[in-house]
Design a protein around this ligand. Structure first.
Ligand code: GLY
Ligand code: MN
Ligand code: MN
Length: 452
């Protein structure tokens, strides 16, 4: 567990850049179908970063002169359903911060805030700050924008405690992927593998950091269904990550053969994606542009697809014309931290360096990070190959690249619908460290584990 001193140090660093009181809310659990049946409570990440405990309905008021936590005092009626709650004095001792009852909250004039994700917290805040608060809104101005920038400055480069949490998330994510490979066999449903993977996470007292993707239809990038059957010739794509009790995320994808043995075409395409991933990871170092990391992976992908005969033409020219995006339409990765797409609640403010904006080019419009990398940043590297009908059968999407695809070769590779390989990579002073390196990713490593 991270010690209270770590959170105090983070608050102290934030205070140095604040010029006015700021409000950071924990948020409320969202109702599932009626008020008493709720989704599990997950506190806002900015709150977790500064306080370290998911206290539903609590508010941190932090300004140049200090910080006070406002929280719900114990309520005997609630204890009946939720068990005993700590007194505010006990909370104060545990967290190393002054704690007052939430009803005593009085905001001293204009405050800065970050819009919470849930509507209930946004309404609650609106009443207290006397101005509109847009739940999940990322269009920030004035003091709110300054607060967001101060949080980004803190959270972009992870401190030692954060790195320890990310390592723990990676360790348990590795257990999940090993369990998934072992549970794979023809004739079961995708949900059987998902259950094995999530069980490995739950057994460690953790939860998943996003909705698990476990599917034989990897070409649906964020496929949320788990009811498909696993057939011997399929590849199974599993994008599953653990979230530590402190809220830190793992985010890993592996793609493996249901039968335990890849076909020739699966092997060939898997190797292309793996080479793109290894090249992209090698490009991760301090000072490197993440857009260039993306372009490195795209270049290797085009090279590999030309080698296989899927793409026909000059490699560099095909790359410049955006041919990689026909098969790899998303970005190479994103920031990773307390959020699986870290700080995406602030829109592109965290992911894009000041003055930069998203490109509209097919290969780069989904790039979630366009900054120069710095030690302490953690990013995912997740190239893929997908056979997506919406792109490959759409003359408009193909444009003049239609003639660059050899359909007969593509047809011979039709037992591959989706491959993604994703690791979590920490930028270090001298280069990078793959936090999820222990998870099998070469074909022989995976084949040894599947169904074992
Ligand atoms: N698991 C979602 C992603 O990789 O971005
Ligand atoms: Mn990811
Ligand atoms: Mn992922």
């Amino acid at each position: 567990m991270t010690s209270p001193e770590v959170f105090a140090a983070r608050r102290a660093r934030l205070q140095q850049s604040l010029t006015r009181p700021s409000v950071v809310v924990a948020g409320f659990a969202r109702p599932r179908n009626f008020r008493a049946n709720r989704y599990p409570f997950r506190a806002e990440s900015h709150f977790l970063y500064l306080v370290g405990k998911p206290l539903e309905g609590a508010v941190l008021v932090i300004g140049p002169d200090g910080a006070v936590l406002y929280a719900e005092p114990p309520d005997p009626a609630e204890a009946l359903w939720g068990g005993p709650m700590p007194s505010l004095e006990a909370l104060s001792r545990e967290l190393g911060i002054e704690v007052r009852p939430i009803d005593a909250l009085e905001l001293p004039g204009p405050v800065a805030l970050l819009p919470p994700q849930d509507r209930e917290s946004a309404c609650w805040l609106e009443e207290r700050v006397n101005r509109p608060v847009d739940a999940g809104g990322a269009e920030l101005e004035g003091a709110d924008a300054a607060l967001a920038d101060a949080m980004i400055a803190l959270r972009l480069r992870h401190d030692g405690a954060a790195v320890a949490e990310l390592r723990e998330a990676a360790r348990v994510t590795a257990l999940a992927h090993a369990a998934g490979m072992r549970a794979t066999r023809p004739g079961v449903r995708e949900c059987v593998v998902r259950a094995a993977m999530e069980a490995a996470i739950i057994e460690c007292g953790m939860t998943t950091s996003y909705g698990s993707i476990v599917t034989v239809h990897g070409e649906v990038l964020h496929n949320e269904r788990h009811d498909g059957w696993l057939a011997a010739g399929d590849l199974l794509l599993a994008d599953v990550g653990a979230e530590t009790r402190g809220g830190w995320a793992g985010d890993v994808t592996r793609t493996w053969p249901v039968s335990g043995r890849m076909s020739g075409s699966q092997r060939a395409l898997y190797q292309v994606v793996l080479e793109a991933q290894i090249a992209a990871i090698s490009a991760v170092r301090p000072g490197a542009s993440f857009r260039e990391v993306h372009r490195t992976a795209s270049r290797v992908l085009v090279h590999g697809l030309c080698d296989l005969g899927v793409l026909v033409g000059g490699e560099e020219e095909l790359f410049e014309r955006g041919a990689a995006a026909l098969f790899f339409p998303h970005g190479i990765g994103h920031l990773l931290g307390l959020d699986v797409h870290d700080m995406e609640d602030l829109g592109d403010r965290a992911g894009y360096a000041p003055g930069r904006a998203r490109s509209t080019a097919p290969g780069e419009r989904y790039l979630r990070l366009d900054r120069e990398l710095e030690p302490g940043m953690c990013v995912t590297i997740e190239p893929g190959y997908y056979r997506i009908p919406f792109i490959l059968d759409d003359p408009l999407a193909l444009g003049d690249l239609a003639s660059a695809i050899d359909r007969s070769v593509l047809d011979r590779l039709s037992d591959v619908r989706g491959i993604r390989i994703e690791d979590d990579v920490l930028v270090t002073e001298s280069g990078s460290e793959v936090l999820t390196a222990s998870i099998p990713k070469t074909i022989p490593e995976m084949e040894a584990l599947i169904g074992s």
